[in-house]
Design a protein around this ligand. Sequence first.
Ligand code: ZN
Ligand code: ZN
Length: 342
Amino acid sequence: MKAMVLKNICNIKENETPLYLIDIPKPVSKDDEILVKVSTCGVCHTELDEIEGRTPPPKFPIILGHQVVGFVEEKGKNANKFNIGDRIGIAWIFSACGKCQYCLSGNENLCPDFKATGRDANGGYAEYMTVQEDFAYIIPDTFNDLEASPLLCAGAIGYRSLRLANIKDGQNIGLTGFGASAHLILKLLKYKYPKTQIYIFARSEKEREFSKELGAIWAGDTEEYSPEKLDSIIDTTPVWKPVVEALKNLKPGGRLVINAIRKEEIDKEYLLKLSYPTHLWEEKEIKSVANVSRLDVNEFLNIAAEMQMKPKVEEFCLKDANKALVELKMSKIRGAKVLRMN
Ligand SMILES: [Zn+2]
Ligand SMILES: [Zn+2]
């Protein structure tokens, strides 16, 4: 099968072709696994974190990709949840131990033995992959393969961050950054919390305009003051400035949720601007989002189908994965980038 592999950590600005196209044997499913013929795989900012070493794969070479849509082609002898030919999705959670205090309390995303698809195990930048059947999801018919891919990460993690933001209908919520994930969160907010007013902080005028078209009540630059104080804010940016700037817009007792697996270091000195009275006092909280649980993925896929959420996608072929990643690094985003295998 054809696959795009990462052989070592590198800086994508210095090496614009970090992934190599190779031809390797198809993987074989273990007893509790399914072999999936991959149709599409989304390209995520987390892949940049893997390539550049902020969340490095433990071994190389590795096949990246954790927003996988494909068809069951073979089943291990104990795998009986799906039929051959079923269309399934695979998300960031590749496996968890199932026995620890986190797994047993529904927080398998925090399992010390959490394994991530496309980092700790080969992912979907390939024609085939294997996964335990319990970590695959039926994709609702509403979506074609391309549309379903970005839902599996940006969407599912966005859904989890919304859950952690703990809002009630009618409260004010802010989103800082307006890329693929925030765009899905906005749509989800409009659907689940119709009385909530949404405030957007984004650097680019185009993104601000776009957010207003989608229903934000106000959109300003990263460092602006929102016209109203906010009950919670979700940060979907890879950097620190938006975090510091957002905190001043929170109400007392408000919560900032950071929806990022890793933050970049480029503007870390911005944290020195953190002022305790302005940014943290009055019981303001900062909470991060770690990974996703299977419940997040399943619930989100169902809600997305119910609300007919169709993400805007931009298609690339597998061998152009490097091009998609470089464009993502340069923030050339015209919709969620998705690889199609053939
Ligand atoms: Zn992702
Ligand atoms: Zn566990």
